[in-house]
Design a protein around this ligand. Sequence first.
Ligand SMILES: Nc1nc2c(ncn2[C@@H]2O[C@H](COP(=O)(O)OP(=O)(O)OP(=O)(O)O)[C@@H](O)[C@H]2O)c(=O)[nH]1
Length: 208
Amino acid sequence: MNRDIAGIILAGGQSRRMGGGDKSLLTLGGRSVLDQVVARLAPQVGPLALSANGDPTRFAGFGLPVLADTVEGYAGPLAGILTGLEWASMACNGVVTVAGDTPFFPEDVVGRLAAVVKQRPGAIAVASSGGKRHPTFALWPLGLHDALRRFLVDEDNRRVSAFIERYGVVDVEFPMWSSGGHEIDPFFNINTPDDLAEAERLLQSMEP
Ligand SMILES: Nc1nc2c(ncn2[C@@H]2O[C@H](COP(=O)(O)OP(=O)(O)OP(=O)(O)O)[C@@H](O)[C@H]2O)c(=O)[nH]1
């Protein structure tokens, strides 16, 4: 548990590749994908909130604050990250974001990102696996919110990779795991109906 770090679950996208709706509310292993994500993140952080747009009542069952993006339109994950930075109390030592479509992420993701930031104060620590960056899984310094608002609104730039490169990034690599003879990327995310079927297969292969 890292009580001084706030957690934000990014679930405010349009799920176009899934055909619309909320992909995080689809069923995986008998409960919602988002339920799996909340269960994984809650023990790792202090304050926790969902980043989502539209009618918040569809997330009421989670008992968490639901933060609508504070920039207009669907500006992508950076909009949810900005809203999380604006929401987190100054008592927090940063905000960890995770994607609400990624059910198997590591149970030590927050601890490992926080440990790296202790060595590199002010940097954005970003998770990677197999050498690939996952910029929605990152620890963001609180003080970045003004720069991020300028980037999104004044520069009209939505590219997460461009933002993190500009403000200093440190990569934190996480290992693949193997289960049932398969190598599994812990940051496997669900974009399409085929991905959801694959996640169900992976979940079954993990069960003892
Ligand atoms: N708050 C917020 N979150 C977003 C936004 N766009 C994407 N996300 C979240 O960021 C993560 C990665 O998003 P994508 O899968 O690339 O985008 P998506 O809109 O959900 O899906 P597609 O429409 O299929 O691209 C998901 O957890 C999304 O819910 C946004 O505009 N605002």
